[in-house]
Ligand binder design. Structure first.
Ligand code: NAD
Length: 458
């Protein structure tokens, strides 16, 4: 492996020689990336299949297509995103004109996880390139085929002084954290997220943390149970439940509970018969999930339709909030279904694991949705659907508190990788300052007093 600091120095030199790449240069980078993704879509399917048996359908839907969508949005909007934004002037600052200019952050690091390896490496890369940065991408070592593919794809599509992949494990990641990147963009678990924040603090650099958490799905009495059960099962089934925004657990109104559990089981059986579920990433992950299930059963939970080895969903009922299944992000094909009798109880359950990445609400009662949105802290809210908000090109994506900080996708992603520089110009010959600033005099006193009066009224 080449020395990460040498790669960093090469990118820094390139950045210093051309700190603000033209829009047409960025467009050519993005177009080359788009051609590379399109021409390698079969290789993408093979790599994720080799890594954890992700089906070709899911490879297209959750790896290649979201990246192409991100590219389409960036290519279609880059001219307007990069155009300096004029800002209004206001009393008492008449005579000044101001604008915001989006400059690249410089040299940035993207550290990606194993669960959507292509999507979560190339998606942020699109935003970083659109903003004009030089980039190092480090994919996860737990998906070696995907990591190799990403290295080859980026190596063939982009000049080495624009973007380079550094492959390797935790030690390589730690080495990269010692380099003075202008922005650290991390997708992964909360424990490593804290180390990334420490590293960014050492360099006083900005940081984006895309973490996980326990995203609840709330089901009230006003929805079509069957449709809602199907959407929740699909959302959980995708990628074998190994999705940061998978519905982690469901909280259902007491009066629907028994019917809902039946509907969930029916759809679990139906979808398993029709689609192939991704495997668990490795034995360590499987052992962790087995231990969580054993702990839940010991605490009184009942498992339905359970067999992790068969690659199906396990539904768990009667799960106490005190067991591991309700205290850690599950990140696998296990779905606890809890009941609530009152809104207060529902809010208490969700608050047990604060600040999820997403809250799903299945309800046609807008007042309930608005109350939950006001009372519960969450990265995003998705109503009567699962997962789709992630691919909406104009919706910013990201967490809050434990589930992360910063925003990605579309314009929000472009802004994450940009410094928005305020630029102000004085157009009047003298402006207001000489009127209110010393030398002392009665006119200055009077003018300042007038200013207080006017500002006090507005
Ligand atoms: P992880 O935190 O173990 O690893 C992520 C990346 O960080 C990998 O490239 C890894 O090599 C690197 N890394 C690990 N330790 C490091 C260290 N000490 N120093 C530097 N780099 C280090 O995460 P994972 O297991 O690959 O992913 C699963 C987690 O990611 C879950 O919690 C999931 O919810 C979260 N996730 C979040 C999103 C999102 O968009 N918010 C998306 C996918 C996954």
């Amino acid at each position: 492996m080449r020395d990460p600091s040498e790669i960093f120095d090469r990118l820094r030199t390139a950045e210093e020689s051309n700190p603000l790449p033209e829009v047409k240069t960025r467009i050519s980078w993005l177009e080359r990336l788009r051609s590379a993704v399109l021409s390698r879509r079969a290789d993408i399917r093979t790599a994720v299949w080799e890594d954890f048996r992700k089906s070709p359908v899911e490879a297209d839907l959750t790896e290649s297509i979201p990246v192409l969508l991100e590219l389409k949005t960036a290519l279609g909007n880059l001219a307007s995103w990069t155009a300096p934004k004029r800002l209004r002037s206001t009393f008492p600052l008449w005579g000044l004109s101001s604008r915001l200019q989006h400059n690249p952050k410089g040299v940035v690091l993207i550290l990606s996880p194993w669960n959507y390896p292509v999507n979560l490496s190339l998606g942020p890369l699109v935003s970083a390139l659109a903003a004009g940065n030089r980039v190092i991408v480090k994919p996860s070592e737990r998906v070696p085929h995907s990591s190799r593919l990403i290295a080859n794809l980026i190596g063939d599509a982009l000049p080495e002084d624009v973007a380079t992949v550094v492959e390797g494990g935790v030690e390589v990641g730690a080495e990269l954290l010692n380099l003075p990147f202008d922005h650290f963009y991390f997708t992964g678990g909360a424990a490593v997220g804290k180390e990334i924040m420490h590293a960014a603090a050492r360099h006083l650099s900005s940081v984006t943390l895309e973490l996980g958490g326990k995203s609840p799905a709330v089901v009230d009495g006003s929805v079509d149970l069957d449709q809602c059960a199907e959407k929740i099962v699909r959302g959980k089934f995708m990628n074998g439940g190994q999705t940061c925004i998978a519905p982690d657990y469901v909280v259902v109104h007491d009066k629907l509970y028994d019917d809902f559990v039946k509907a969930i089981l029916t759809h679990a059986v139906r979808i398993e018969a029709r689609a192939e579920m991704s495997a668990l990433i490795d034995d360590r992950h499987e052992a962790r999930l087995e231990a969580m299930l054993a702990d839940a059963v010991k605490e009184g939970a009942i498992l339905h339709h359970s067999d992790l080895h068969r690659s199906g969903l396990t539904i768990a009922t009667g799960v106490p909030l005190t067991c591991k299944l309700m205290q850690e992000e599950i990140f696998g094909p296990i779905l606890p279904v809890l009941r609530y009798r009152s809104e207060e109880e529902l809010i208490g359950i969700v608050r047990t694991n604060p600040s999820p990445l997403t809250m799903y609400v299945f309800s046609n009662d807008d007042r309930l949705v608005n109350r939950l949105a006001a009372k519960l802290k969450t990265g995003s809210i998705c109503i009567n659907e699962t997962l789709l908000h992630f691919v909406h090109p104009h919706l910013p994506f990201g967490g809050v508190g434990q589930s992360g900080s910063g925003r990605s996708h579309g314009r929000a992603g472009f802004e994450t990788f940009s410094n928005s520089v305020p630029i102000m110009r004085q157009n009047a010959r003298r402006g207001i300052i000489p009127l209110v600033y010393p030398p002392k005099g009665r006119f200055g006193d009077w003018a300042r007093e007038l200013l207080f009066r006017i500002l006090g009224r507005w």
